[in-house]
Write a protein that binds this ligand. Structure first.
Ligand code: GTP
Ligand code: MG
Length: 455
């Protein structure tokens, strides 16, 4: 990798296609200025204009004015990609943007692949791989909190943490090597107990970061909440009440909901995907059976299960179902929603499992349910500060921890320092894989395939 300008020049529409007030077309590469000057007609030539300026003019193709545009110019290396970049601001709508992009293609500029601008930024060391991944997270962010965390990662929070870890491990290697140099003299330079505690604390740090992958996924794509229960408990009514609109069909016929429905609501900046499901019961109806099977797969993918119980029947009516679900999905928290409290006259004694009492019809208690959902998503994501660990990074972190554990075991069994150094070096190399210091094309393809064209 060098910071030299890559050979060909690429362009793409950077804003969503379709009717819009404005659109931006991005051009990056050695010929970005020359190619733009073939069509840009303003009071100056972009090639000779001062860097980091916005220039007004017309985009002219074959003597015909296509649109009045602004051309923002960034000279290498002071640009997003590290190359020469021109951003053409024009009016939105596919006709104008198509014409501008086609004119550039005719002038020998190539259409960018998905994520290619960010890939070039990575190749030119403008971003490391975790920051490039953060860019994808920001683009895809569904919630305010997810976007904020991705922004902190983009600003290099994770990069600095990895650099810190790497430095610690390099220090350890340095000590081990010092010991090797003097091995003839049978000297132990390293205080083995302090080495042990250093390694131990690094392992804890790495483990904790890897373990935050689930929380990060919740921040990135929202909390998945399954609304389940026996037929007629009021699941669809509750679903509608939380959404604030009549999305699902409600009726007093048991078995109304067959397919499951998903809708997103936002609570305190977090996105929560609520899934209404078919009531669970023994049935001969083939369609209903399919719905019940679907419910099981929805539960499997959810982060929290709300079991809706019909209080008008009995407070303990769904207890068997709650126990059954808890036994089958021991890692997913379950909350019982005691619904239809409006038809109950007596005050309720405390219930033995985590529960909320409410009425989907009158709205009583729904604020408590919303609060509970908000608290749940907050506690699930509380460990995530400046990094949205993804599956790729979590896997690397787990391998790093396992190398360090084997170094630690070596230390405890009095293994020679050169053998321990092998494991620590492997851990350092894997740290480099996280930030992309060492990379292979497959990794880059996976990372950048998540991007859209123009990014
Ligand atoms: N009084 C009262 N009735 C309710 C409440 N919630 C739901 N109901 C009624 O209970 C019946 C069933 O409601 P649904 O929301 O369709 O129940 P469901 O659990 O989705 O039922 P299935 O889809 O058939 O499994 C309807 O007649 C609702 O009006 C409530 O809080 N209070
Ligand atoms: Mg229903």
């Amino acid at each position: 990798m060098s910071s030299a300008i890559l050979t060909d020049t690429i362009c793409a529409l950077a804003t969503p296609p379709g009717v819009a007030g404005l659109a931006v077309i991005r051009i990056s590469g050695q010929n970005a200025f020359l190619a733009s000057d073939e069509f840009f007609s303003g009071s100056v030539k972009l090639t000779s204009e001062v860097d980091h300026t916005i220039n007004y003019g017309w985009w002219v193709v074959d003597g015909a004015r296509v649109d009045s545009v602004t051309a923002t110019i960034f000279r290498a290396p002071r640009s997003y990609t590290g190359e020469h970049v021109v951003e053409i601001g024009c009016h939105g709508g596919s006709f104008v943007t198509d014409q501008i992009v086609s004119s550039l293609l005719n002038a020998g500029v190539r259409l960018a692949q998905p994520g290619e601008f960010t890939k070039r930024a990575f190749m030119n060391r403008k971003l490391d791989l975790t920051q490039a991944e953060a860019v994808a997270d920001i683009i895809h962010a569904e919630s305010r909190i997810g976007a904020q965390t991705a922004a902190r990662q983009l600003s290099g929070g994770f990069t600095r943490r990895i650099a810190g870890l790497r430095q610690h491990l390099l220090d350890v290697i340095g000590l081990l090597e010092l010991e090797l140099d003097f091995s003839e003299e049978d000297v132990e330079f390293v205080d083995r107990s302090s080495l042990r505690s250093t390694l131990q604390s690094i392992i804890e740090d790495v483990d904790a970061t890897a373990a935050s992958a689930h929380s990060a996924e919740v921040l990135r794509s929202g909390l998945h909440v399954a609304v389940v229960g026996y037929p007629n408990a009021g699941k669809s009514s509750l679903f509608n009440a939380l959404l604030g609109r009549e999305r699902a069909i409600v009726s007093d016929v048991p078995g109304t909901t067959r397919d499951y429905l998903t809708e997103t609501l936002f609570i305190e900046g977090y996105s929560i995907h609520l899934m209404d499901t078919a009531g669970l019961r023994e049935t001969e109806d083939q369609i209903e059976l399919q719905g019940i099977r679907l419910t099981t797969s929805v539960i499997e993918e959810s982060d929290l299960i709300l079991v809706v119980n019909d209080l008008s029947i009995n407070r303990d009516h769904s207890m068997g179902l709650v126990r059954d679900i808890e036994a089958r999905f021991p890692n997913t928290p379950v909350v019982t929603v005691q619904n239809k409290v409006d038809v109950i006259e007596a005050t309720l004694p405390p219930y033995p499992v985590r529960s909320v009492v409410c009425s989907a019809v009158t709205g009583q208690g729904l604020d408590k349910l919303r609060l509970l959902l908000g608290d749940h998503v907050k506690s699930t994501t509380s460990g995530v500060s400046d990094v949205l660990i993804n599956a790729r990074q979590a896997q690397l972190l787990r391998s790093i921890a396992s190398h360090l554990r084997s170094a630690l075991a070596g230390l405890d069994s009095g293994l020679s320092s050169d053998l321990m150094a092998v494991d620590i070096r492997s851990a350092i190399r894997l740290l480099g894989d996280i930030t992309g210091e060492s990379w292979n094309p497959d990794v880059l393809d996976t990372v950048f395939s998540r991007f859209c064209i123009g990014k």
